[in-house]
Design a binder for this molecule. Structure first.
Ligand code: SF4
Ligand code: SF4
Length: 383
């Protein structure tokens, strides 16, 4: 994982120094999904850096349009991965959004979603009720998207972390909707001879709060996770979108490792059965390619399954999920997702694998085929 800036609030000098790294070459523009969507400089990394720099330097009063362009940023960090000057766009964005949140408090919808993400049990109960209500409304009257289905394993009991023992990170919305994947991970770890726990009292990684500028909430979630994982060995993370924020929170407490990369390191002990030539599509989330860097480990791990017709989707840009973006800007999120859905529809795959829960939930709403974590597929094919 690339080095990340520390979590302390950035000073004006810090923000200006980060913005000054940009030499305005524009090489990042073709890699930016929002620039590709709108073809506007203001919707590009270079345009956003100029806006953040002007605000930090006090040369410019914030405008509603400028704030909207900043809100549209997906925090995918494709620009950072493409930048030859090494601009730390992610750190600049988080610091600038923290200031933005101070002068422009978040709206009701954002506050409500962040509050729910910080309370996974309440969130799981409400999503269950929403699903029930959605089922009883007749087809033609449904105005909201179909909620995802919580699978078996949602009641999996946490087990105390023991010193040196790997512990699985659960997360917020994933506490319900990734429960089957945690069972699958435990099955794979068991087959590899690894005894893992699920530390109690852990919570949301805080990425959504951090990327929304809600630093106090993100700090509080980080503190709770530090206490929960204080005795853990490696903390295994199933969601590429959570990993960096969790790693920053647990710095000096426990190392955070992509569960896929951890399993790949133990793959010599795993045996898989033939997949019967099944065509499976693979989606690499932005956070896996630009932040965690674990896509190669995932490809190597999947290659251990014989007889799978694995088709990695060509890069069609960010799927549009991007944390709260899919909730706050559903039509933009759908437009960003469309090219990827076209690729999926034309490839003949029977299912799609993706390592980030936010991407999976967003893509599954329109994919027409099952969308699962690669860990689910791997566990299903254990010999
Ligand atoms: S962020 Fe990097 S690639 Fe983009 S304009 Fe600035 S220096 Fe160039
Ligand atoms: S983080 Fe993503 S959406 Fe935001 S400016 Fe960079 S490439 Fe564009």
């Amino acid at each position: 994982m690339p080095e990340t800036a520390p979590l302390q609030a950035l000073t004006t000098a810090n923000l200006l120094a980060l913005a000054d790294q940009c030499v305005q070459c524009g090489l990042c523009l073709p890699h930016c999904p929002t620039y590709r969507l709108d073809q506007l400089e203001s919707e590009s990394p270079r345009g956003r850096i100029a806006y953040m720099k002007a605000l930090a330097g006090g040369n410019f009063e914030p405008t509603s349009a400028g704030d909207t362009y900043l809100d549209h940023c997906l925090a995918c960090r494709r620009c950072e991965a493409a930048c030859p000057a090494g601009v730390e766009y992610g750190a600049l964005l988080v610091g600038s959004r923290a200031r933005q949140a101070e002068r422009r408090p978040p709206g009701l919808r954002r506050r409500a979603v962040l509050a729910l993400l910080a309370r996974p049990r309440l969130l799981a109960g409400l999503l269950g009720a929403y699903r029930h209500a959605w089922r009883i409304v007749p087809d033609g009257l449904r105005r909201l998207p179909e909620p995802p289905v919580a699978g078996p394993g949602a009641g999996l009991e946490p087990s105390p972390a023991a010193p040196g023992r790997p512990s699985i990170f659960v997360g917020c919305i994933a506490s319900s909707y990734e429960a089957p994947t945690r069972l699958a991970l435990l099955k794979l770890l068991g087959a590899a001879g690894v005894d893992a726990s699920i530390a109690p009292d852990q919570g949301c990684c805080g990425a959504a709060a951090r990327h929304s500028g809600e630093s106090a909430m993100a700090d509080s979630l980080a503190s709770a996770n530090r206490a929960a994982f204080s005795d853990a060995g490696d903390v295994l993370c199933l969601a590429s979108g959570c990993q960096e924020t969790l790693a920053q929170s647990l710095e000096g407490t426990a190392p955070v490792v992509d569960a896929v990369a951890f399993l790949e390191a133990h793959a010599a002990r795993l045996r898989f059965r033939h997949a019967g030539g099944r065509r499976v599509a693979l989606h690499i989330p932005c956070t896996q390619s630009a932040v965690t860097g674990t896509a190669p480990a995932l490809r190597r791990l999947l290659a251990h399954v014989p007889g799978v017709d694995l088709l990695e989707l060509p890069d069609a840009g960010c799927c549009g999920a991007a944390g709260l973006h899919q909730v706050e800007y559903p039509s933009r999120a759908a437009a960003l997702r469309a090219p990827m859905l076209d690729l999926l529809a034309n490839c003949g795959a029977l299912e799609l694998l993706s390592s980030n829960i936010g991407c999976r939930l967003h893509i599954a709403q329109a994919a027409g085929i099952p969308v699962r974590h690669p860990i689910d597929f791997l566990a299903e094919h254990l010999a």
